[in-house]
Design a binder for this molecule. Structure first.
Ligand SMILES: [Zn+2]
Length: 446
């Protein structure tokens, strides 16, 4: 792709009605495939009394029960080793092993055939195409190539598009920055946390201003930061680059992306995925914009261990405007705003951890890192928020703290015990940050 705007000009501009027809056709096919081959899924469908013949219209899809990650942990104790009875292909066709990061419990193994792996690269080609990656780009990937899927598929898609790819593998952060400088890389991919951390290392330990390097665009994934306006602004200012969000998951695929128009949300890749939003309490499907619910998603073409109406727990809502880029796929507003598991009641008020991030990163004088600890003292909930004040704002500590307290009250309706920590004393993360700790859940489990 050299001049064209879309990776797939036909599918990305297909009229909505045609997209729905395509999704129905593909859903029927993947549901039948799964029903006939996966013992694990077959039992769930038989218990619900749903067979492939029952799915005749788009609305019928809702009859198919959803599957949660917690239901899948046991499958790996069954045959064939090590994947278990959701495997839909002969074991010898599995070409790729990955596993989930296990941030919410025991990891789940994910097998893919070679065809699935090519599909992964295809999904990512839509993402990179929409974010302006072209054959002239030199893409640096500062990622510890390991058992997690993350940027592996981004790597292959960048090659598929025709970019030149530099695997930043086992290099440490300083060596990665020097490599970007040496080779004049124009694009990179990483978690928002790590990309911010890289900028901090360049400035404070190497006297390099990252915005003077040659990076023009950055694709962020793994956390929702790049869709949080204040975090996106920090990333873009630090690197002097456009920063784009992407949401995907090991057990689902690379299902969404922000485009170059940065519409304040993510495009769902409708040609390859069916995204539904379910009301958290009633389970009813939400079609209208502006109402949050959890995502139920189907990967329409993934075969080895299918993802059919997977209850991802990601909290999303539809945006109402079509995007100015001309893609006809639906947009979700503000990206993934949190996980249904993480949105919790504190002092009777609903709190999404991403709301705290939006506030902290929006206050001048504060560092990028923070930590939130929710606990119960006696009968009352307490929230401790640890932040770092930047060296240049040390003499205005009180001012920064009161600005933070005001903004938090305004945006989250809650009071916090704010603790100012020394510079660079809070933990730094390379993959997924764990900044939100709810100790009340732990004491319940004990
Ligand atoms: Zn767009």
């Amino acid at each position: 792709m050299t001049d064209q705007i879309y990776w797939n000009p036909v599918l990305e501009t297909l009229p909505r009605e045609k997209i729905r027809q395509l999704q129905l056709k593909k859903f029927q096919k993947i549901f039948k495939w799964t029903y006939e081959r996966s013992k694990f899924h077959r039992k769930i469908y038989d218990d619900a009394g749903v067979t492939p013949e029952d799915i005749r219209s788009f609305e019928d899809i809702q009859q198919v029960p959803s599957v949660e990650k917690s239901m899948m942990r046991d499958i790996q104790r069954k045959d064939p080793f090590p994947y278990g009875d959701a495997l839909c292909v002969p074991l010898e066709e599995v070409a790729v092993f990955r596993q989930t990061s296990g941030t919410t419990g025991q990891p789940v193994y994910q097998p893919d055939t070679w065809q699935d792996w090519e599909w992964w690269a295809e999904c990512w080609s839509y993402i990179l195409g929409a974010q302006g990656y072209r054959p002239k780009d030199r893409v640096f990937i500062p990622f510890g190539y390991n058992i997690f899927v993350a940027f592996w598929a981004g790597h292959y898609a960048a090659e598929k598009i025709g970019c030149e790819v530099i695997p930043g593998g086992v290099l440490d952060t300083k060596a990665r920055i020097l490599k970007i400088q040496e080779l004049q890389a124009t694009a990179m991919m990483g978690t928002p946390t790590y990309i911010l951390g890289m900028a901090e290392t360049a400035q404070s330990k190497m006297e390099i201003n990252p915005s003077e390097l040659t990076i023009e665009k950055i694709t962020c994934a793994g956390e929702c930061g790049a869709s949080i306006p204040s975090t996106k602004k920090r990333l873009e200012n630090a690197w002097g680059a456009k920063v784009y969000d992407h949401a995907g998951a090991t057990e689902i695929g690379a299902w969404s992306f922000e485009c170059q128009d940065q519409p304040g949300g993510l495009h769902v890749n409708d040609a390859l995925f069916l995204v539904e939003i379910a009301d958290v309490e009633t389970g009813n499907i939400i079609e209208a914009p502006g109402r949050r619910g959890k995502m139920i998603i189907t990967a329409l073409d993934r075969q080895a261990q299918p993802c059919v109406r997977f209850d991802s727990k990601d909290v999303i809502e539809w945006a109402d405007e079509p995007c100015s880029c001309g893609r006809t796929s639906r947009l979700i507003k503000g990206g993934v705003v949190g996980r249904a598991d993480d949105i919790t009641k504190v002092k009777g008020v609903l709190l999404a951890p991403s709301a705290i991030e939006e506030v902290v990163r929006g206050v001048d004088g504060l560092g990028d890192e923070y930590e939130v600890i929710v606990d119960r003292v006696g009968h009352a909930d307490q929230i401790k928020l640890k932040v770092e004040v930047l060296p240049e704002a040390q003499d205005q500590c009180q001012l920064v703290e009161s600005e933070l307290a005001d903004q938090l009250r305004l945006k989250t309706n809650l009071r916090y015990d704010i603790e100012i920590c020394g510079c660079e004393t809070l933990p730094r993360y390379e993959v997924k940050a764990k900044r939100f700790k709810d100790l009340r859940k732990k004491s319940k489990e004990d």
